[in-house]
Unconditional design. Structure first.
Lengths: 664, 449
C-alpha cells in the first residue's frame, strides 16, 4: 500500500507565515510556527480526533464559530488566530469548566509537576474560579486494576483512556458510564481492567486520575531523573525512559519511536522494573563451596572460572541468552574460539540453521521493518503468537487492520503445501505481503523444509523487489538477532561469515556432548538452559555431568542454584552498556540508567568479566571500556562497518538502511 | 383551513391503513416520482425551498444534493426521535398518517440514491412505532418498499428502530451512533453525515415532518409548493402549541403568518385573566420571546431576526403565574440530565447553571451570581461539540437578559425567607438531594470497593 506523501503548504498563524505538511491538524501545524495550542483529549496516537475537551478552540478567518484545532486539517492559505480576545475567553472558559469539579489536590497528587492540566491552567486559564458550589464527589482512590489506581474526582473526562481501550488495544473494557456531569470512567461491571497493555492509560491520562500503583507516592517529578534506554525483556525492544530516583528505577515510561513501538509499552515492560532492585538480585560473585554457592571476592571467582575453563580447554561449550548484548556475545565468542579453541557456542533456541539458509533469510532486500506491518496489503503471521512472542506487535497489527485495511492472516508451517497456496494467493497481483514468522519455524524435523518453503514463498512473491514486502523474524531471545550477527553461532562468525574451522555443536549438541563426556565445561552468559531451552531433562543431565559451569546471571534460577560452580553477578538492562539488535535489524543502544548492583555499584560489567577471564586464559581481548567493546564488534561485522555509538544514538539505526549495507 | 397539506385528511378514520391512504391519493406521488429520473425528483425538492422541520432548518433539497454520486451504499435515516420539549407534531403524523411518511421516505431515497433506510423512533413512542410497523408491513406487501419498487430499478429496505430514550439521540450524529449500537454520543463534524454517516457511508438524515412533506411537493410540483409561505420559509408548518393557552395542540399553518395569529387565533390565547409572560417559538431550546414579540411573523428568518428561532415549531406559552426562576430551573435540569458528557462546556456548564439556579431559589445567591450565570451561558454558546449546550444556554441567557428584575426580586425574597428560617432554607432543597444521589452513584460505580 502506498505510504502517504505529505505536501507542504503555507498558512498564517498569529500573523506569521508558516510552512507545514498539508492536512495535519492545526494543533500540530501550529508547532511549525512555534505556536502552542493547548489540548487535553487530542492525542494522535489514539487515531481520529474526537473534539471533546474543547481546549484547542481557535479562530479561523472565514469561519464564524471558533473551531477545534485538533480536528481541523491545515490548508494552504488558511489564516488562524490563537491570541485574539475571543479565543482567550473561550480557552479560559474551558479551563474554568474543567476545574470546577477538579479537586485541585496537586500537592498530594502524583501528577503534580508533570501535569498537563496544571500547565494549561497556568498558561491559558483565567487564574481564578467563580465556582463556589460543592464539587462532585466519588469514592477514591479505587483500584482500577492491580497496577492502576483511579481517582474519578480528578478525571476531566477527556476520553483518552477509553479510546485507548476501544481503538488501540481493542480490549473494549473501559467505558464511560452515566452521562453528563455524572459521567465517569469505569469497566462495564466494575471488573478490574486487566489487559496486556493496560498501563499505557496511566501515561495517556492528562491529569492525576489514573496513576500507577507501584509508583504511587514514590517520588515527585523534581526528585527524579529521566534516563533513555531500551527494554530488553522481549524481542520488541521498546524504547523506554526510566524514571530514576536515588539510583533506583521507580518507573518505566514509553519513549516514542514510531519505527519500534509507536509510543506504547506492554504491561510487562512497564511494571516488571521492581525486580531490578529486588532482594533476590545477585550482587556478589559466588562459587560453589561444599555444595553451596557462597559469596567470594572477585579475584577468587575469576580465578576459579579461569582454572575450570583452562582445564576443559577446547572441551568447553557456551550458551548466550537473549538478554546479552551484542558486545558480550562477541567477546564470549572470542573467548571460546580464540581463548579456548572451542567452536561450541550457540544463542539460538531452535537448533542450527545451515549457513546458506541463514544468510538467505538475512538478505537485506528481504527484510521487512516494523512500519511495513502497518501499511502492508496483507500480513501473514506464521508460527508466531505476537502477544506472547513480541507483544508490542499486537498493537501494530491492530493498527494496520483498523486504519489501513491491512489483511491479517495466521498460518502454521505444519502443512507446507497449504501454507504455500495461502501465501501465494495473497500476492497474486504484486501486493506487498509481509510474513511475520518466529524462530521456532526452523526447529524440529520439519524445520529445514519449512525454512526452504519460506524462502521459496518469498521468491515467488518477489519480496525483495516489491516495496514494503518482506520477511520479519521474531527470534526467541530478546537480542537473538544481535547475538547471531555478533557470531554467537556454532556455524558462523561475526556477520554470518564462514568459519575457517569445522563448525561446532549447537545448544542441543552441547548438552549431548556434556552428557557423553565429550565436553567438560559450560559457559552460560545470562542463560539458564533449564529455564530457556527445550528438553529440560536433557539439560538436567548435561548440567549434572559438566565439571565446570560458569554463569553470568542476575538471579539464581533453578539450574544455576543446583549446578553452577561460579556465578558472576550480571547487569539488568537498566544497568547495561552496549548494543542490541531489533528483529528488523535496528541497532539500539543500551545506556546505564542506574549503577550496577553490589555495594556502591561495585560489580563488574559483563564485558569486563569476559575480558578478565580471557586474560587469565592468556588472551588479551583489548577492551578497557564498554565503547571499545562496541568498536570491536562494529569492526568485526562487515555490515556494521563504520558504525559508531553516536550514529546509533537514541533512535537506533537499521543497518540495512545504511550505505555500507549495500556495498558489503 | 383550506391550505392544509399534511393535515388535510389527518382526522379521516383509518388513514393509518393502506386502503384509506390510497383512496385519498396515497402513493400516487411515488408512482409519479419513479417515472422521473432521480435528478428530476431532486430538482423538485430543491425548487420547493423546503427547509428541514426538525430544528436546524437546513434546505432539504440541498442536503440531498450533498450526497456523493456513485454506487456505494447510501443510507436514509428518518429522525423520529422527537425529543425537544414541547414538540409533538411528528407523533400525530406517524400515528395518524404513517404511509405519508413511508411514501416520503421512498421518494427521498430515490432522489438520494439510497437503498437502505431506517426510522429511528424514540422509545416512548410505543403506539406510534407499532403503527409504523403495521404500515410498513402493508407497504412491503403492496410493493412500495422492497426490491424493484413498482417495477422500477429502485430498491429500498426500511427498518423501524426504537431508541431507548435520550434527548441526545435526536442530534443527528448521536442518533447515528445509537443506531449503530453504540452509546449515543454526538460525533465531531465534519465529516458531515452526507459524506460519512451511518456505518461511515453517505447518509441523508431528515425529520419526520420534512419527509412527510415530500409526497405533497411531488404532487404539487416544487415551484408551486414554494409559492406557499414566504420567500425563505416556504410551505406550511406543523406547530405544536403547549403551555398556558386555551387550546393547546398541533396546528398546520402557512409560514410567515403573525405569531399572534397562532397563539391567540388558533390556540385561543392565554387562560382567563392571565397575561403572556414569555413564549418559546421553537421548542425549549429557543431563546424566549415576550408579549412584545407577538407580531413577529412565524417563519425561519423573522424569528431569527427577533433573536430566537423557529426550531422544531413548538410554541410553549408561559403566562404571568409562572415564576421565571422556576421555569429556568426546570429547563436547565432537563438539559443537565440529557447532556451526554462528552464535551466540557456542556457537561460542566449545564451542571453549574443548575446549581446556581438552585442557589438562587434557596436564598443563597446574590445578584452578582446573575452576572456569573449569564457569562457561563456565553461561554457555552458556540463552544460545544453539538448544539445541546447551546440549547440550554440560549434560553437561559435570554431569560436572564429579559427578566433580570424578576430574578433579582426572587433572589431578594428567597434570601429574606432563608434569613427568617436559617435551619431550613426556603424554596427547593433539590441541590442537597442531588448531592446525596451523586454520592450514592459514586458508591455504585466503585469497582473493587
Amino acid at each position: 500500500m502506498p505510504r502517504p506523501e505529505p505536501k507542504t503548504i503555507t498558512f498564517t498563524i498569529d500573523g506569521l507565515e508558516v510552512q507545514a505538511p498539508e492536512n495535519v491538524m492545526l494543533v500540530d501545524a501550529a508547532k511549525h510556527g512555534d505556536v502552542e495550542i493547548p489540548v487535553f483529549c487530542y492525542e494522535p496516537k489514539l487515531g481520529n480526533p474526537v473534539g471533546a475537551c474543547r481546549m484547542c478552540l481557535v479562530e479561523i478567518e472565514g469561519i464564524g464559530k471558533l473551531q477545534t484545532g485538533c480536528s481541523t486539517p491545515v490548508k494552504d492559505g488558511m489564516v488562524v488566530h490563537t491570541q485574539t480576545e475571543r479565543v482567550k475567553i473561550a480557552q479560559q472558559a474551558v479551563v474554568e469548566f474543567l476545574l470546577i469539579n477538579h479537586p485541585l489536590d496537586c500537592p498530594v497528587c502524583d501528577k503534580g509537576g508533570e501535569c498537563p492540566l496544571q500547565d494549561i491552567t497556568f498558561g491559558w486559564g483565567p487564574g481564578h474560579s467563580r465556582f463556589i458550589e460543592p464539587k462532585r464527589h466519588f469514592v477514591k482512590p479505587l483500584e482500577l486494576s492491580p497496577t492502576i489506581a483511579i481517582d474519578r474526582e480528578r478525571c476531566i473526562l477527556c476520553y483518552r483512556c477509553a479510546r485507548f481501550s476501544q481503538e488501540i488495544s481493542e480490549d473494549h473494557q473501559l467505558v464511560l458510564l452515566e452521562r453528563g456531569a455524572h459521567s465517569y470512567i469505569s469497566t462495564f461491571d466494575g471488573h478490574p481492567y486487566v489487559a496486556p497493555f493496560s498501563g499505557n492509560i496511566v501515561e495517556l491520562c492528562p491529569v492525576g486520575a489514573l496513576t500507577s500503583l507501584p509508583y504511587r507516592f514514590r517520588a515527585r517529578p523534581w526528585d527524579v531523573e529521566d534516563a533513555g534506554s531500551v527494554c530488553t525483556l522481549c524481542p520488541s525492544q521498546c524504547n523506554v525512559t526510566l524514571t530514576v530516583r536515588d539510583d533506583r528505577v521507580l518507573r518505566v515510561l514509553a519513549r516514542q519511536n514510531d519505527e519500534v513501538d509507536d509510543g506504547w509499552l506492554c504491561d510487562r515492560g512497564r511494571f516488571a522494573y521492581p525486580a531490578l532492585g529486588g532482594d533476590e538480585r545477585i550482587t556478589e560473585p559466588l562459587i560453589r563451596d561444599g555444595g553451596e554457592l557462597r559469596p567470594v571476592s572477585w579475584e577468587r571467582a575469576l580465578e576459579a572460572a579461569a582454572s575450570g575453563l583452562k582445564r576443559a580447554g577446547e572441551r568447553t561449550g557456551a550458551i548466550a541468552g537473549g538478554q546479552a548484548t551484542g558486545e558480550e556475545g562477541f567477546l564470549l565468542a572470542r573467548l571460546l574460539r580464540e581463548g579456548l579453541g572451542s567452536p561450541h557456542l550457540d544463542s539460538r533456541r531452535a537448533g542450527t540453521l545451515p549457513l546458506e539458509l541463514h544468510r538467505a533469510l538475512s538478505d537485506p532486500a528481504l527484510q521487512a521493518k516494523i512500519s511495513d506491518l502497518e501499511f502492508a496489503h496483507s500480513v501473514l503471521v506464521l508460527d508466531a503468537d505476537p502477544i506472547e512472542d513480541m507483544p508490542i506487535l499486537d498493537l501494530r497489527l491492530r493498527k494496520g487492520v483498523r486504519r489501513h485495511d491491512m489483511k491479517l492472516l495466521e498460518a502454521s508451517s505444519e502443512d507446507l503445501p497449504a501454507l504455500r497456496e495461502l501465501a501465494l494467493s495473497l500476492g497474486q497481483h504484486g501486493e506487498d505481503v509481509v510474513i511475520l514468522w518466529h524462530e521456532r519455524l526452523t526447529a524440529g524435523p520439519n524445520g529445514p523444509a519449512a525454512t526452504q518453503a519460506l524462502l521459496e514463498i518469498a521468491a515467488s512473491l518477489s519480496m525483495s523487489e516489491v516495496p514494503g514486502a518482506g520477511l520479519l523474524e521474531i527470534p526467541a531471545g530478546s537480542n537473538g538477532r544481535g547475538l547471531r550477527e555478533a557470531g554467537v553461532l556454532p556455524n558462523a562468525g561475526p556477520g554470518l561469515c564462514e568459519l575457517d574451522d569445522a563448525p561446532g555443536r549447537d545448544a542441543r549438541g552441547i548438552a549431548e556432548a556434556l552428557i557423553a563426556g565429550e565436553l567438560a565445561a559450560l559457559y552460560l552468559l545470562q542463560s539458564d538452559p533449564l529455564e530457556e531451552l527445550p528438553e529440560r531433562d536433557l539439560w538436567e543431565q548435561a548440567l549434572e555431568r559438566a565439571s565446570t559451569v560458569v554463569a553470568h546471571a542476575s538471579f539464581l534460577t533453578d539450574g544455576l542454584r543446583a549446578h553452577a560452580d561460579v556465578v558472576f553477578p550480571s547487569e539488568a538492562y537498566a544497568e547495561k552498556e552496549g548494543t542490541v539488535v531489533h528483529p528488523d535489524g535496528r541497532l539500539q543502544r543500551l545506556r546505564p540508567a542506574v549503577a550496577r548492583p553490589g555495594k556502591f555499584g561495585s560489580t563488574l560489567a559483563g564485558w569486563q568479566v569476559l575480558a578478565k577471564v580471557a586474560s587469565r586464559l592468556d588472551l588479551d581481548l583489548g577492551v578497557l571500556t564498554g565503547s571499545m567493546a562496541s568498536q570491536q564488534l562494529f569492526d568485526a561485522v562487515p555490515f556494521y562497518a563504520g558504525l559508531t555509538l553516536e550514529e546509533i544514538g537514541g533512535r537506533g539505526v537499521r543497518w540495512q538502511e545504511r550505505e555500507t549495507a549495500v556495498t558489503s | 383551513m383550506s391550505d392544509k397539506l399534511l393535515f388535510k385528511d389527518i382526522d379521516e378514520p383509518g388513514l393509518n391503513t393502506l386502503a384509506v391512504y390510497r383512496r385519498r391519493g396515497g402513493y400516487e406521488a411515488l408512482r409519479q416520482a419513479l417515472q422521473l429520473a432521480p435528478e428530476d425528483v431532486l430538482k423538485q425538492l430543491e425548487a420547493s425551498g423546503l427547509r428541514g422541520r426538525g430544528g436546524a432548518g437546513f434546505a432539504m433539497g440541498k442536503k440531498v444534493s450533498f450526497l456523493p454520486k456513485g454506487s456505494m451504499d447510501k443510507y436514509l435515516v428518518c429522525n423520529a426521535d422527537e425529543s425537544e420539549p414541547g414538540t409533538f407534531k411528528d407523533r400525530e403524523l406517524m400515528q395518524k398518517s404513517p404511509h405519508m411518511l413511508l411514501e416520503g421516505i421512498v421518494i427521498a431515497s430515490y432522489a438520494a440514491g439510497a437503498n437502505r433506510s431506517f426510522i429511528y423512533i424514540r422509545g416512548e413512542y410505543v403506539l406510534q412505532a407499532d403503527v409504523l410497523d403495521a404500515a410498513l408491513a402493508e407497504a412491503r406487501e403492496a410493493g412500495y418498499i422492497g426490491e424493484q419498487i413498482l417495477g422500477s430499478e429502485h430498491s429500498l429496505s426500511l427498518v423501524v428502530h426504537r431508541g431507548a430514550g435520550a434527548y441526545i439521540c435526536g442530534e443527528e450524529t448521536g442518533l447515528l451512533d445509537s443506531l449503530e449500537g453504540k452509546r449515543g454520543n454526538p460525533r465531531l463534524k465534519p465529516p458531515f453525515p452526507a459524506n460519512q454517516g451511518l456505518y461511515q457511508g453517505p447518509t441523508l438524515i431528515n425529520n419526520v415532518e420534512t419527509l412527510s412533506t415530500v409526497p405533497t411537493i411531488m404532487r404539487m410540483g416544487g415551484e408551486e409548493y414554494a409559492k406557499l409561505g414566504v420567500q425563505t420559509s416556504t410551505g406550511t408548518k406543523l406547530v405544536s402549541i403547549s403551555g398556558q393557552v386555551r387550546r393547546p395542540g398541533n396546528y398546520e399553518i402557512e409560514l410567515g403568518i403573525p405569531s399572534r395569529e397562532i397563539i391567540f387565533g388558533l390556540a385561543g390565547g392565554p387562560l382567563e385573566g392571565r397575561q403572556i409572560k414569555c413564549w418559546f417559538p421553537g421548542g425549549s431550546s429557543a431563546p424566549v420571546l415576550t408579549a412584545e414579540d407577538l407580531d413577529v411573523p412565524y417563519d425561519f428568518d423573522s424569528l431569527a431576526k427577533a433573536g430566537s428561532m423557529l426550531g422544531s415549531g413548538a410554541i410553549i406559552v408561559v403566562d404571568d403565574s409562572t415564576p421565571i426562576v422556576e421555569l429556568a430551573i426546570k429547563l436547565a435540569k432537563f438539559y443537565r440530565h440529557e447532556s451526554c458528557g462528552k464535551c466540557t462546556p456542556c457537561r460542566e456548564g449545564t451542571n453549574w447553571t443548575v446549581e446556581m439556579l438552585e442557589r438562587i431559589d434557596s436564598g443563597e445567591a446574590t445578584p452578582m451570581d446573575l452576572d456569573i450565570m449569564a457569562s457561563v451561558q456565553e461561554h457555552i454558546i458556540g463552544n460545544c461539540l453539538c448544539v445541546l449546550g447551546d440549547a440550554m444556554a440560549m434560553p437561559i441567557g435570554s431569560m436572564i437578559a429579559k427578566f433580570r428584575p424578576e430574578f433579582e426580586a426572587h433572589i431578594e425574597s428567597a434570601r429574606a425567607r432563608a434569613d427568617l428560617n436559617p435551619a431550613h432554607p426556603a424554596g427547593h432543597t433539590a441541590g442537597h438531594q442531588a448531592g446525596a444521589s451523586e454520592q450514592a452513584l459514586a458508591a455504585q460505580g466503585a469497582p473493587g470497593a
